[in-house]
Design a protein around this ligand. Structure first.
Ligand SMILES: NC(=O)c1ccc[n+]([C@@H]2O[C@H](COP(=O)([O-])OP(=O)(O)OC[C@H]3O[C@@H](n4cnc5c(N)ncnc54)[C@H](OP(=O)(O)O)[C@@H]3O)[C@@H](O)[C@H]2O)c1
Length: 259
């Protein structure tokens, strides 16, 4: 069964760059209408101009009280949401800054879950809809100096799993996306937020560990057409993460080699 997407609306957070912007382009190409959001209004405006009349934007901070409800109120009938806005934090646990830790959870977890839960109210009534949450391959295993980030993505995955079972009877699909390293502004933003020197993750990583945001975007559109619980864009990483879950010591040894 392939779900026709033409004319359906998707609300995408974190669409001023990276995976969110690429997904907006891919959704428009698939015939959808897009409502895009992020804080940098100039970026949203430029993307909307590029994508034409089927794309509109609402600028703002998704962690601000009331903003997620405002997004839904202004977006009309939303078939799908892609809760994608997120950031990283490179921080050793001995240097843990609890305010930054909480701030990361406010964006990566609480805001995404709030938007999803608010959106489900109409979806459940209509008995139709799709909630997609951007997690990471790091929802399955953790790397050093990233406890807040890995914890936030594991939380998103666990919450989505519960939502998926709960909403199945209402014909609302719930999916999580598990990208590997993706060539976006993410790593630079994360370093500057953390006050750490920018170590070029993209340059220092093996090619198989990096991908384009368009690859993730195309996988998201395929998932909208044929809903599935988890979206993966790398089979090797999917197998590695399964191995790490089965043999937790392996993840400690292997990941430490990379850090
Ligand atoms: N890049 C990777 O390797 C990778 C791997 C796995 C998962 N992911 C996940 O993919 C998602 C997108 O990241 P990306 O790689 O595309 O990085 P990105 O290019 O830095 O995009 C992050 C987006 O989030 C938005 N954002 C950040 N804080 C916000 C806030 N408070 N309110 C509203 N929007 C906010 C940013 O827009 P403004 O600054 O304009 O607000 C931007 O559009 C994140 O959830 C990330 O965890 C990334």
């Amino acid at each position: 069964m392939s779900i026709p997407l033409e004319g359906k609306t998707i609300l995408i957070t974190g669409a001023s760059s990276g995976i969110g912007a690429a997904t907006a382009r891919a959704c428009i190409a698939a015939g959808m209408k897009c409502v895009i959001t992020a804080r940098r209004e100039d970026r949203l405006k430029t993307l909307c101009t590029e994508l034409g009349g089927s794309c509109s934007y609402i600028a703002g901070d998704v962690t601000e009280e009331g903003f997620n409800q405002h997004l839904l109120d202004e977006s009309g009938e939303v078939y799908a949401i892609f809760a994608n806005a997120g950031h990283g934090l490179d921080q050793k646990i001995v240097d843990n800054n609890m305010e930054q830790f909480k701030e990361l959870f406010r964006l990566n977890v609480f805001s995404a879950v709030e938007l999803a839960s608010l959106a489900t109210k109409e979806m459940v009534k209509r008995k139709s809809g799709h909630i997609i949450l951007n997690a990471s391959c790091l929802s399955k295993f953790s790397v050093p100096h990233n406890s807040a980030y890995c914890g936030s993505k594991a939380a998103v995955e666990a919450i989505a799993k519960s939502m998926r079972i709960e909403l199945k009877k209402n014909k609302v699909f719930v999916s999580t996306v598990h990208p590997i390293g993706t060539k976006t502004e993410f790593f630079k933003e994360s370093s500057s937020r953390s006050g750490t020197e920018f170590s070029d993750f993209e340059k220092n990583s093996p090619a198989w560990l990096m991908q384009s945001p368009e690859k993730v975007a195309d996988a998201v559109v395929r998932c909208l057409r044929r809903p599935k619980p988890e979206v993966w864009t790398s089979l090797p990483m999917r197998l590695i993460s399964t191995l790490f879950t089965a043999f937790p010591r392996a993840s400690g040894v292997t990941v430490n080699k990379f850090s």
